[in-house]
Write a protein of this length. Structure first.
Length: 97
């Protein structure tokens, strides 16, 4: 699920903490990979890709149900839409707007 939130005047570290996510990696100075675990295990978890364009943040959210099935691959059981993903997107939007 993709969405944009405009006019955020925070850096990615503060933003991630505010919404309860951990930064896994920074792909560049404005592209970030974040997760929020739903249990003590690594999966299931919400997975969020964020691109910062000035004060605007572009979010790409999905739910990883389990880890990749085969070593060296990125394929997993992911949900890209549906009630859990929509609810999480709304939660993020409400926290940041």
């Amino acid at each position: 699920m993709n969405f944009i939130i405009k006019d955020i005047r925070e850096n990615i570290v503060v933003l991630a903490r505010r919404i309860g996510y951990q930064i896994l990696e920074a792909k560049s100075h404005n592209e970030y990979n974040l997760v929020r675990k739903l249990t003590r295990d690594n999966y299931p978890r919400f997975h969020l890709f964020v691109i910062q364009a000035g004060d605007n943040f572009h979010f790409n959210l999905h739910l990883d149900q389990k880890e990749p099935s085969y070593p060296g691959t990125h394929a997993h059981s992911g949900e890209y839409d549906g009630p859990p993903v929509q609810d999480e997107a709304e939660r993020i939007i409400n926290l940041l707007e």
